[in-house]
Design a protein around this ligand. Structure first.
Ligand code: B12
Length: 276
């Protein structure tokens, strides 16, 4: 999403009035601002930590940062020492920036959502064997909740995980798996898809680990036979899969059903004949 304009003086389009029943759908304005107390007042709340002890100067520094971020006027609503050398702040202020909805680009899901029955049926009729998935958190990452939400039978957001799917064999290797171990197990299991989770992003660990993993698979497998490489985590950039050498990235809020539907799309899609 991009805010093309930062000019608070730019007039906002008036909010369209609510239509009566049967009236044409009301038109959304293209240029919008955040809403706090009154429509279009631009109010936002941000939190951050500065590497200074908590005192009056630290509070002034927080307000200076807010002004430089385009928040004016801004109120310091919370300041708390984080140990002797750091202070955590919450600032509430009016953002100068405008959002142009016409410039927002959205990455649409490229496959249809299927029910578990449809997924099982597609795998059975097209692969004629179980689809094998090997999953892990790689590197030093121990955040297994995300990958477990996708793989374990208990699932996520009311959907059962891939273990629930009769036609999917799941091998969940857990946390802190080394890339060579993952490659070896994927080969031993004849994995169709490898599912990797990366939650920690400090010093771009998720990027480095993902590119290392994809390079290792390309090296270990003959060209064209690398399993489908699927990576997930809350802080990946949408659409960054090609850059990272993997087939698909899944982000925050992904559900098992989406992943199962993607696996069918990528590995057991209907032939042109079947579609016709
Ligand atoms: C629970 C938790 C822990 C638990 C983890 C327990 C476990 N078994 O997983 C414990 C206490 C062990 C822990 C430890 C640490 N943690 Co922690 N932890 C969290 C916390 C609170 C929740 C993460 C979580 O479970 N989310 C819920 C799941 C369901 O969401 P998710 O992971 O995003 O997964 C979804 C999607 O992303 C996607 N997905 C994820 N993976 C995959 C994989 C595939 C294949 C697919 C398709 C989809 C997919 O689908 C999932 C479902 O929608 C977050 C903060 C937060 N609120 O997010 C911090 C957080 C992730 N932790 C953090 C940190 C710093 C740490 C520690 C370094 C702390 C320390 N100093 O020791 C250690 C690191 C340990 C290690 N070696 O990795 C930071 C990371 C910061 C960063 N920029 O990297 C966070 C963001 C907290 C923070 N704000 O500072 N942590």
């Amino acid at each position: 999403m991009s805010a093309s304009t930062t000019d608070s003086a730019m007039p906002l389009e008036p909010m369209p009035k609510a239509g009566k029943q049967g009236a044409p759908a009301k038109r959304q304005p293209d240029i919008i601002r955040p809403y706090g107390d009154t429509t279009g007042d631009g109010m936002v709340q941000v939190s951050f930590t500065l590497p200074v002890p908590h005192d009056k100067r630290a509070e002034g520094a927080a307000l200076q940062l807010a002004a430089k971020m385009g928040l004016e006027p801004a109120l310091l609503v919370h300041a708390k020492p984080m140990g002797p050398d750091f202070t955590f702040f919450v600032v509430y202020g009016s953002a100068k920036h405008l959002v142009d909805l016409r410039e927002v680009t959205v990455v649409e899901r490229e496959f249809p959502l299927l029910s578990p029955t449809e997924v099982n049926k597609a795998i059975k009729s097209r692969l004629r064997r179980k689809l094998v998935v090997v999953g892990a958190c790689i590197g030093t990452d121990a955040h297994t909740v995300g990958i477990d939400a996708i793989l374990n039978i208990k699932g996520f957001a009311g959907e059962k995980g891939l273990e629930y799917y009769r036609e999917v064999k799941v091998v969940n290797l857990g946390a802190q798996v080394l890339v060579p171990e993952l490659v070896e197990r994927a080969r031993a299991e004849k994995a169709d898809a490898v599912m990797v989770s990366q939650v920690v992003t400090q010093r771009d660990a998720h990027i480095h680990n993902t590119t290392t993993m994809s390079a290792a698979f390309r090296e270990a497998y003959p060209a064209g036979q690398v399993p489908l490489l699927v990576v997930g985590g809350p802080r990946f950039e949408e659409g960054s899969a090609p850059k990272l050498g993997v087939d698909r990235i899944f982000g925050r809020g992904t559900t098992p059903g989406e992943v199962a539907s993607y696996l069918v799309h990528a590995l057991a899609a209907p032939t042109t004949k079947e579609k016709a």
